[in-house]
Write a protein that binds this ligand. Structure first.
Ligand code: MGD
Ligand code: MGD
Ligand code: MO
Length: 696
């Protein structure tokens, strides 16, 4: 009960009033922490983890504990700006909100009169808030008839794969990992990217659990596990099938569970029997013994009735076969009956438990029967460069960007930059900072931060809903995203009251009566009703009610109904010019491209770098600290070489996601990544990228 209550214990008798406000971390992270913001004289002086919220446990990550440094950053955008220089030059002059909004409304009205589909919203997860995210903005764009955005840049391959297999984005409850006896951390650098999950792993470890990390990179997490299996990127389905081979041949199976609660066993069995440990080892770049051992540990522990758990994360689905990989791994718990125990099974995402009232928030009826085209955010580079055609429709004429930094985060930056640089493209960017994307805007408009607005949040790790109250007044002339859309709606003569719903009211609309709003107001969080062991008795929310090893839905669209290993598009060395595979996982002290401009955090990360194995470095005459050029047919990126045991032979790790303009040559790793899409979910293949590296 910290909301707005004076924290008297820390207040000297004559000191000004100090308050503590309960908020929610807005970032794209499974942990979704409850934050306590201490405010003195209208200034936020401290941000801490809420000790009362079980999932937060009183601790924030390093990044978010620096929130006040980010909020009061000297480079924070506080006033609207209008472009004066060429696109990308970052030259702007101040402009009033009214003048900017009048002009934007006029420009959009003129484009819409020709074809509203030429107007493209572009947003992602700068904030995960339901209110500052897609709610009111979606109403505005639906009324306008603007093009829609397929939000695929992060998780849609895994999300579709999990849904096809288990029926929804659901699984184990994160806190139950504390009771597991064997935990496979698969494609996740949990210490960096979900440290509150890692807490439960430590508890399990203290209670004797064995922890295995499966990741091409020897991450900070791999350092702390009992074992690290450094497979090649994009070979996870092969490993899962190899494990199945061993489970089958040694009969470490739960035949009763398979018979009652799964679909497609015979086919999967036949497929898995093709994956001997030797074949698996060859494809994965590991040893056959690693496959045998892992299968033995998993199978025997399950057979002994011990809870065996898999924490999958999104790292492994950013390759061509990402969907198949997630499907193959998601089949494992059913084979050994791991779901019988609440500390057994798999967790990729818990977002399927969240009762978002999407229609009430976004009001699809405003489309009034129109079905505007959809642009995939992961191919924005190509799409911005497409001319009008009967198939495509009009060229993109206007972009409204909020909660995202596409020039830095979207793949194949060469194309993305070329698109954003189009002089005939009208671009509006709502931002906290002059990001790489803001540099290409016609108008840059100052947005409020999480400390300055209302919002509600769900999580894709734990299963609580959180409320974020504003702690301080908006800085400078910053306005909420919602206010921007209300002002535009007014100027475009949208009269319906639903365009003017207040943020507080939208917080209630987001989950309607599915969440106790009184509880959110009083304690800042409200748990969702979630089953303890969701599939102990089967009951998968698939069409068959079973765990679908075989998916008729995939088969019906001409795809393989069973999971298989799908090799990467860009196998290292397939083109001898590019013998190395590059992955670009998140840096620990950044959140995608957010925080890169926060000095204390950037100082920890240093500068853009690639980690190389010593053999690969030696072969190229590269020493630790040398400046190198990473290159492929799409582009070149200059950075520093770190010769490091974190890299396995044949794979280089370019930690992301730096602002281009803070790099040595004004590029980042996405200069090298491609716009090809995954097998499921239309997602990007950031980690399916062949390169070479040379000394600059
Ligand atoms: N500190 C920090 N935390 C973050 C983020 C951040 O940028 N920084 N990003 C947030 C976001 S947007 C997301 S989506 C989440 C989850 O984001 P994820 O992408 O799941 O991020 P990580 O947990 O770092 O896990 C990725 C791990 O997968 C590994 N990996 C890469 N390719 C493969 C592969 O082919 N197979 C396997 N097995 N592993 C592979 C990488 O080396 C890395 O260690 O994290 C969130 N948390
Ligand atoms: N090479 C490579 N590229 C990747 C990845 C990778 O692993 N490797 N990861 C991918 C993944 S998983 C993701 S999720 C995407 C992330 O892509 P994005 O969702 O674009 O994430 P960020 O880079 O954090 O940029 C978010 C921006 O939103 C702004 N913002 C935050 N809150 C607000 C607000 O309330 N209002 C407004 N107007 N703006 C706000 C922030 O200042 C920030 O600049 O990147 C992807 N790109
Ligand atoms: Mo993400």
């Amino acid at each position: 009960m910290h909301s707005d209550t004076p924290a008297t214990s820390h207040t000297a008798p004559d000191a000004p009033a100090m308050t503590r406000v309960t908020g929610a971390c807005p970032h794209d992270c499974p942990d979704t922490c409850s934050m306590l913001v201490t405010v003195q004289d209208g200034v936020a002086i401290k941000v801490q983890g809420n000790p009362d919220h079980p999932a937060t446990g009183g601790a924030l990550c390093t990044k978010v504990s620096r929130y006040t440094e980010r909020t009061y950053h000297p480079e924070r955008l506080l006033h609207p700006l209008k472009r004066v220089g060429p696109k990308g030059s970052g030259q702007f002059e101040p402009v009033s909100w009214d003048a900017a909004l009048d002009d934007i409304a006029q420009r959009l009205t003129a484009i819409a009169a020709r074809d509203p589909q030429a107007i493209q919203p572009y947003s992602y997860a700068g904030t995960m808030g339901r209110v500052q995210g897609e709610g009111l903005a979606a109403r505005f764009f639906n009324q306008l008839g603007a093009a829609r955005l397929d939000r695929t840049i992060c998780a849609s391959a895994g999300a579709e794969a999990l849904t096809l297999t288990l029926g929804n984005k659901v699984g184990m409850r994160v806190e139950h990992f504390a009771e597991s006896k064997l935990i496979l951390i698969w494609g996740s650098n949990a210490i960096a990217s979900s440290v509150h999950f890692w807490r439960h792993v430590q508890t399990a470890k203290r209670n004797g659990a064995r922890i295995v990390c499966i990741d091409p990179r020897k991450s900070e997490t791999a350092d702390k596990c009992h074992q690290h299996i450094a497979l090649l990127p994009g070979t996870d389905a092969a490993l899962a099938l190899g494990l199945m081979h061993e489970l089958i041949t040694h009969d470490w199976l739960d035949h009763d569970y398979i018979a009652r609660h799964t679909l497609g066993w015979e086919g999967l069995r036949e497929r898995a029997l093709l994956w001997t440990p030797e074949r698996t080892a060859e494809v994965c770049g590991i040893t056959a013994d690693e496959v045998r051992e892992l299968a033995r540990e998993y199978g025997q522990a399950a057979r002994a009735g011990e809870p065996v758990a898999i924490r999958m994360n999104y790292g492994l689905q950013r390759v061509r076969g990402g969907g198949n990989a997630v499907r193959a791994i998601a089949c494992l718990p059913a084979l050994v009956g791991a779901w019988r125990h609440r500390a057994g099974g798999v967790l990729l995402s818990s977002s399927g438990y969240v009762p978002t009232q999407t229609a009430a928030l976004e009001r699809p009826e405003l489309l009034a029967g129109r079905t505007p085209r959809t642009i995939n955010m992961s191919t924005i580079g190509d799409d911005l460069l497409r001319p009008a055609s009967p198939e495509f429709g009009p060229a993109i004429e206007a972009l409204i960007v909020y909660n995202s930094n596409p020039v830095a985060v979207a793949p194949d930056s060469g194309k993305v930059v070329q698109g954003f640089a189009r002089e005939d493209l009208f671009t509006v960017v709502l931002e906290h900072f002059k990001t790489d994307t803001a540099d290409y805007a016609d108008y840059v408009l100052p947005a409020t931060t999480q400390l300055e607005h209302w919002d509600v949040h769900s999580s894709y790790g734990h299963t609580d809903i959180l409320l974020n109250r504003p702690a301080i007044a908006p800085l400078g002339e910053a306005r909420t995203n919602t206010q921007f859309f209300r002002e535009l709606a007014q100027r475009m003569d949208y009269t319906d009251a639903l365009f003017y719903e207040s943020d507080e009211s939208l917080c209630r609309t987001a989950f309607g009566d599915k969440v106790d709003f009184g509880l959110l107001l009083s304690q800042g969080y409200a748990p969702l009703p979630v089953p303890d062991a969701p599939f102990a008795e089967g009951g998968f929310p698939t069409p068959s009610g079973k765990c679908e090893f075989y998916s008729a839905r995939l088969a019906a669209r001409g795809d393989d109904g069973l999971p298989d290993h799908v090799p990467n598009y860009e196998l290292a060395g397939a083109d001898p010019a590019y013998p190395l595979a590059m992955i670009s996982p998140p840096a620990r002290n950044f959140l995608n491209s957010t925080f890169v401009n926060v000095k204390s955090l950037r100082d920890i990360e240093g500068e853009p770098l690639v980690e190389l194995h010593e053999a690969d470095a030696a072969q190229r005459g590269i020493a630790d600290g040398d400046e190198v050029t990473v290159f492929n047919a799409r582009g070149t990126h200059r950075c520093v070489a770190r010769v490091s045991a974190r890299a396995r032979p044949g794979v280089v790790n370019g930690l992301g996601i730096w602002w281009r303009k803070l790099g040595r040559d004004g590029t980042n790793v996405n200069e090298l990544t491609s716009q090809r899409l995954t097998d499921m979910g239309r997602a990007p293949t950031f980690y399916d990228c062949a390169v070479d590296v040379k000394k600059s």
